[in-house]
Design a protein around this ligand. Structure first.
Ligand SMILES: [Zn+2]
Length: 181
């Protein structure tokens, strides 16, 4: 029943990208390497798998750690090189720890991405929040630039393959406009 309520809440949000944009674009799929990423500006979703705990960023929760498991991050890429440049950086383990999410991606066993040219990261985030098995590990995590969302880095329960399928199905349903809302 709480799932139904959540669905109704997110049902009023606009789709993560415009319908008219989706017709000539590749179908939604997981990217596992930078070479396949588009250079469009827009939003993206990362599924990050940690096989060991990592220390939480000092400015969020000093002394705390993030347990091993799966995390979902929703971000935007509006700079030069667009989604390819930003998500490509997330997929590279070697980098400075500039953003909260870097603390996870620099030590991740895997990082895969769904991309949404023209999309909005907060709209993605709200839809993911409505999914079963999703929780906020630390308030504000990954959301330094956002005043609207509880966090932009979320914890996901379940096996990686299942969570990946559920996320893909969630956004494929949205892009087909098949939600009754
Ligand atoms: Zn947000």
């Amino acid at each position: 029943m709480s799932d139904k309520r959540k669905r109704e809440e997110v049902g009023s949000l606009p789709p993560p990208f415009r319908e008219e944009d989706s017709a000539d674009k590749a179908p939604l799929r997981w990217h596992r390497r930078a070479a396949t990423l588009p250079r469009d500006k827009g939003a993206y979703l990362l599924l990050i798998r940690l096989t060991a705990a990592v220390p939480a960023p000092q400015n969020v929760a000093p002394g705390r750690s993030l347990a091993r498991g799966l995390y979902v991050y929703c971000g935007s890429a509006r700079g030069p090189g667009g989604i390819a440049a930003r998500v490509g950086r997330h997929m590279r383990p070697e980098k400075g720890l500039r953003w909260h999410v870097d603390h996870l991606t620099s030590r991740a066993a895997s990082v895969r991405a769904l991309v949404f040219p023209g999309g909005d990261e907060c709209v993605l985030l709200e839809r993911v929040l409505g999914m079963e098995g999703i929780s906020v590990p630390l308030p504000g995590l990954g959301a330094s630039d956002c005043v609207r969302c509880p966090a932009h880095l979320l914890r996901a329960d379940g096996r990686a393959v299942d969570v990946a399928d559920r996320l893909q199905n969630l956004f494929e349903a949205v892009s087909r406009g098949s939600e009754d809302g």
